[in-house]
Design a protein around this ligand. Structure first.
Ligand code: SF4
Ligand code: SF4
Length: 373
């Protein structure tokens, strides 16, 4: 599948993709760190929004600024920035989410000598009377800041065109997830991983065209092959930049049929609000989307959603991937576990770092869990 090869390559080397994109198109590239960064506004400004994943090389320079008990994602991206690997970036956007990203923002502003820096201080509690108005004002301020930094005008029409593109892309990603949930052998977990990562890296227009064809091929494959009986699991956590996890689960007789990840459903979940003003429509999506642990919208919102996900997708268990030293997810874990236990849903906690534990060790844990389902 030629299309998938391009997608896999962009997911394998996002920085390489972005650098060649810049050379090819002469467009700007704006980095971001989290699914609360308003990508649609960046795209409407004529720039490529690039989610920054660490290259996972050794940490040397970042250790001068961050304690070793910060998550490996934040330490890794700071290392990449300080070592000049991200020099091609025209700027970086820091959404106000977990403490680590907020502190990274300060360190970046003071120590990274290239590209602009801007914060997007979205509200933390999303279910209050004032959250909507606050969110809209923050996004308007971000639009104005981006116009200034990129020296462009972001028109309402450009915003609507960007929202239309993102709507179609997210719809396509949702379709791929549905297809996999119905027949996990129609598309491998590592290909879904590559598609989701590419959706945060590639030219969104180009990716949508590639996916249109790829989905047609997948549909043919789906009707051609008989479904294999696999143990169905939901993956939950934050970022999951671990392509090796998927084949290991599949080789152990399981399949990830849905997820609750920043690199997964949080990327495409939620519709724009039906508002005339595009900024209000974008704000509406953030307010309604199921929260990640760095935001608040009701005491049991995330657990209710996770249980619903398991039931709706006919899953037999949940694997929670916890990035070491990720406080927001660690704080959420006990209550998520309680909710799953109460519902009789088997669950497994795996604490991981940028470098996964030895393959044999991980494989044994997956096999033991799947056997028990
Ligand atoms: S868990 Fe939340 S704060 Fe962390 S990267 Fe994901 S969306 Fe952003
Ligand atoms: S949410 Fe967790 S993994 Fe993501 S940047 Fe924050 S501390 Fe790191």
């Amino acid at each position: 599948m030629k299309n998938m090869d391009k997608i896999r390559e962009a997911a394998r080397d996002p920085y390489g993709y972005a650098e060649s994109y810049k050379t090819r198109t002469h467009k700007k590239v704006v980095g971001y760190f989290c699914s609360y960064a308003p990508e649609e506004i960046i795209w409407a400004a004529g720039a490529l929004p690039l989610r920054i994943f660490s290259r996972k090389s050794g940490i040397h320079l970042a250790d001068r600024h961050l304690q070793s008990y910060c998550c490996s994602l934040v330490r890794g991206v700071l290392e990449d920035a300080l070592s000049g690997e991200l020099k091609f970036l025209d700027g970086v956007v820091f959404p106000h989410t977990c403490d680590s990203i907020q502190r990274l923002s300060d360190i970046w502003r003071l120590n990274v000598p290239y590209g602009f820096h801007t914060d997007v201080v979205l509200p933390v509690k999303l279910n209050t009377d004032s959250a909507g108005e606050y969110m809209i004002n923050v996004l308007k301020a971000f639009r104005a800041a981006l116009e200034k930094k990129l020296d462009v005008t972001i028109s309402d029409d450009a915003l609507r065109a960007s929202m239309e593109l993102y709507g179609r892309l997210r719809g396509m990603l949702g379709q791929i997830y549905e297809m996999r949930a119905q027949n996990p052998d129609a598309v491998s977990g590592s290909d879904v991983y590559s598609i989701m990562k590419a959706a945060m890296v590639m030219d969104r227009q180009e990716l949508l065209a590639l996916l249109n064809e790829a989905v047609l091929e997948l549909k043919q494959k789906k009707s051609a092959g008989a479904a294999i009986c696999r143990k169905r699991v939901v993956l939950s956590g934050g970022i999951c930049d671990f392509p090796d996890v998927y084949p290991m689960i599949e080789e152990a007789g399981g399949a990830v049929v849905w997820d609750d990840l920043c690199m997964g459903t949080r990327t495409f979940a939620g519709d724009f609000a039906e508002k005339k003003d595009p900024i209000e429509a974008i704000a509406g999506r953030y307010l309604e989307r199921i929260v990640c642990p760095a935001k608040h919208s009701g005491l049991t919102n995330r657990a209710d959603n996770l249980v619903k996900m398991v039931r709706e997708r006919d899953a037999q268990g949940v694997i929670i991937l916890l990035l070491k030293f990720c406080d927001p997810h660690a704080f959420d874990y006990p209550y998520l576990k309680n909710a799953l236990d109460k519902e009789g849903i088997p669950n497994l906690l795996l604490e991981v770092e940028d470098q996964l534990p030895p393959e044999g060790q991980l494989r044994t844990r997956f096999e033991a869990f799947l056997e028990m389902l």
